[in-house]
Ligand binder design. Structure first.
Ligand SMILES: [Ca+2]
Length: 200
């Protein structure tokens, strides 16, 4: 009996003194199954078919060069920090906001082009509430005499369709495109708002 108690005491001392050793022995005794799962070959973000891409509902823009980007632009006085250079800097997160109406902007296309589409974009983020703006498009070859390409009409801007408005008109020669905006239904604006004007 004495020897038995001595052995038990020794084992207890070993467990207390070397718990790691005892544990390791226990783990070695158990079967461990490791399944290695390799990451799939993937070079870009993928969207499962059950998640529709919001961009599928965006109003499509012509698949050709936007000749307004980076060209000289003149515009009505801007509100706050929303300067006219934001109109065609290629960044949809920057925008021009006029101080009241009518708001007029003129793009110098630096040469005569045949144009047939004017598109207007706002930030497509859903934080931009839906709004309407009344827009007319005029064209000129000399910068002085302008003719109406698209009569004034009220257009809907909605993040659900990309916050885009596309106005198509009969092809016409233009070295200058002038846009006149006479209303904006947004309660958060002081005037017209355009993040990008695109001409095709
Ligand atoms: Ca911009």
């Amino acid at each position: 009996m004495k020897l038995r108690y001595s052995v038990l005491f020794l084992v207890a001392v070993m467990i207390i003194t070397f718990p790691g050793t005892m544990k390791a022995e226990t783990m070695e005794d158990s079967d461990t199954i490791v399944t290695i799962v390799r990451a799939p070959e993937q070079t870009q973000a993928e969207r499962p078919p059950c998640f529709p891409d919001p961009a599928d509902n965006f109003i499509q823009l012509p698949d050709k060069e936007n000749i307004a980007e980076g060209k000289p632009v003149q515009a009505s006085e801007h509100n706050d920090v929303y300067v006219s250079s934001n109109l065609n800097d290629g960044i949809v997160q920057t925008y021009w906001e006029s101080k009241g109406f009518p708001a007029v902007l003129t793009i110098d296309l630096e040469g005569v082009h045949i144009v047939s589409t004017a598109a207007f974009c706002l930030n497509p983020s859903a934080i931009w509430e839906p709004r309407t703006q009344e827009i007319a498009v005029l064209v000129s070859t000399d910068g002085e005499n302008f003719a109406e390409a698209a009569a004034a009409a009220v257009y809907q801007f909605d993040a659900a369709t990309g916050n885009r408005v596309r106005i198509d008109f009969d092809p016409v020669e233009a070295a200058y495109v002038r846009v006149v905006i006479t209303s904006n239904s947004s309660s958060n604006s002081k005037g017209a708002q355009i993040a990008e004007i695109c001409i095709y």
